[in-house]
Design a protein around this ligand. Structure first.
Ligand code: ATP
Length: 217
């Protein structure tokens, strides 16, 4: 099946890395086939949703047999572009930025932070493994020569839009915004907003006000 042109629902697309990670684990443990019920139990997604998600990709499994693990693995590798590395840069090497640089998404072998930037001279030239912290005046040039596609933004909120305006003039495709600022970007750049403080606060609110049985979306 030609997977490049495939248009699938966003909710399905979001679950694909989850499936992929679990299928990788299965493969590594030597399992050869898996049922949608087993998948469902492991990834905590109901089996009807899994079957519907997989149905967008044609016949991945057989009735009564389940799914062939090796086939699923190679299929998801291809669809998630696991053989193609997406280069990521991080701007703002503060507490959160440092944590992300140290973490560096080693479980996802197709995304890698390759460079970092900071306005503070004392942070410039620091090294985190093979990642170097560069000064902000080399931002545009390094993003271009390194062919960076995604930027993780961990600068203070008041400067987030200023930095974004500079990024808007580069070739990057997406910003993972960890600042509380709401960013304005041109239509060729996608922004994904992750506010950990808000996530934690709403989680605590849900724990306090809703029982586990109530479905909250
Ligand atoms: P720290 O305690 O290390 O300063 P923090 O997360 O509390 O961490 P913030 O004030 O949130 O610090 O700043 C995050 C990082 O963003 C800092 O390393 C800071 O030097 C950097 N920074 C601030 N302004 C800019 C800017 N305009 N461009 C790039 N980086 C910036």
């Amino acid at each position: 099946m030609e997977t490049d042109q495939l248009i699938i629902p966003k909710a399905t697309a979001k679950r694909l890395p989850l499936y992929y990670r679990f299928i990788q684990n299965l493969y590594q443990s030597g399992k050869q086939r898996v049922s949608s019920a087993e998948l469902s139990e492991a990834v905590k997604v109901d089996s009807a949703t899994i079957r519907r998600d997989f149905s967008y990709f044609g016949a991945l499994g057989k009735k009564g047999y389940g799914y062939n693990v090796q086939y699923l693995l190679s299929f998801f590798r291809k669809i998630l572009n696991q053989d193609e590395i997406t280069k990521v840069a991080l701007i703002g090497v503060g507490n959160l930025g440092t944590a992300l640089l140290k973490y560096n998404f080693t479980k996802n072998n197709n995304t890698k932070i390759v460079c970092a930037f900071d306005a503070n001279q004392e942070k410039v030239d620091q090294k985190f493994g093979d990642i170097t912290v560069y000064p902000m005046d080399s931002l545009e040039q390094i993003l271009s020569t390194e062919e960076i596609q995604v930027v993780i933004l961990t600068v203070p909120a008041p400067v987030a839009q200023l930095v974004t305006d500079r990024l808007a003039k580069t070739g990057i495709k997406g910003i993972l915004n960890f600042t509380p600022a709401r960013l304005t970007v041109p239509s060729n750049i996608r922004v994904h907003h992750i506010d950990l403080a808000v996530e934690l606060q709403s989680f605590v609110y849900l724990i306090k006000h809703y029982s586990n049985e109530e479905v909250v979306v």
